[in-house]
Design a protein around this ligand. Structure first.
Ligand SMILES: C[S@@+](CC[C@H](N)C(=O)[O-])C[C@H]1O[C@@H](n2cnc3c(N)ncnc32)[C@H](O)[C@@H]1O
Length: 241
């Protein structure tokens, strides 16, 4: 989103603006080439799930095609999977992937901000992968408070998202993002420009102290960082009641 002067401002992006919806193949290429360090993040998620031991319910917020989530959940005692996404196409793909897990599963089509604020059942684990960064700080806090409200006392809320260094500005973070160009060798120059224009227009990373404060202000008592991408652009945070 941009303001009248053409500056990027945070806010929900419409499905038609979303990179994932707009160009599935471009997004898949990022995942398959591990450009966003999905493998490390989802391996860390899997470790948490295996350590929990007992059967748990799992909400996959902004699930996309759920491909990485299914890999992380395979062989864990997941009892119920719920996927939320605003894109029907993403949900259709996720729906095709879920039977492999052999657990109860369902999907909710819609905006996670509205769906979570009206959510009526409890959850053991809530996961949101690479999808809070489009929101302004206050909106991120509202989503986190909604998750805190539904999370069981022994629950885990895990957020894998863009993380800037302490005192780093958004434009400094974007400069580090842009510096990846030579390593994204699977991308054509057009695809790289397309991704960059999406990131420059819609992404709003937060620093670790800000993520920590968001957690505290949303009512979480415990905060930890479980993983950091080798690029230092993304981190996985765990919030617990
Ligand atoms: C970058 S993909 C992330 C997919 C997956 N979680 C991952 O880790 O790769 C973003 C996903 O969030 C969905 N999305 C974006 N904004 C949303 C919103 N406000 N409510 C629900 N889904 C949303 C998009 O449709 C897309 O599937």
């Amino acid at each position: 989103m941009v303001d009248p002067d053409g500056r990027a401002v945070p806010g929900a992006i419409s499905p038609s603006q979303d990179l994932f919806v707009n160009s599935w193949d471009v997004y898949r290429k990022m995942v398959d080439n591990d450009y966003l360090s999905h493998r490390g993040a989802y391996a860390a998620l899997r470790s948490v799930l295996l350590e929990r031991g007992s059967p748990f319910s799992f909400i996959d917020v902004a699930c996309g095609d759920a491909g990485m989530s299914v890999q992380a959940l395979a062989g864990t005692p997941v009892r119920e999977y719920v996927g939320i996404d605003i894109s029907q196409d993403a949900i259709s793909r996720a729906r095709a992937a879920l039977p492999a897990l052999g657990c109860t599963h369902r999907f909710c089509l819609g905006d996670f901000r509205e769906l979570l604020s009206g959510w009526s059942s409890d959850a053991d684990v809530v996961w949101i992968g690479l999808s809070l960064h489009h929101l302004a700080l206050e909106e991120k806090g509202k989503v986190m408070s909604a998750v805190r409200r539904i999370l069981q006392p022994a629950g885990h809320f895990l957020v894998y998202d863009e993380s800037c260094l302490e005192n780093e500005t958004r434009s400094d973070w974007l400069a580090r993002w842009d510096a990846q160009e030579s390593s994204w060798s699977a991308y054509t120059p057009e695809e790289w420009r397309y991704v960059c224009s999406h990131v420059h227009g819609s992404d709003f990373p937060e620093s670790e102290p800000t993520w920590r404060k968001l957690g505290k202000d949303s009512g979480f008592s415990r905060f930890s960082k479980l993983y950091e991408s080798s690029s230092n652009l993304f981190s996985l945070y765990c919030f617990q009641p």
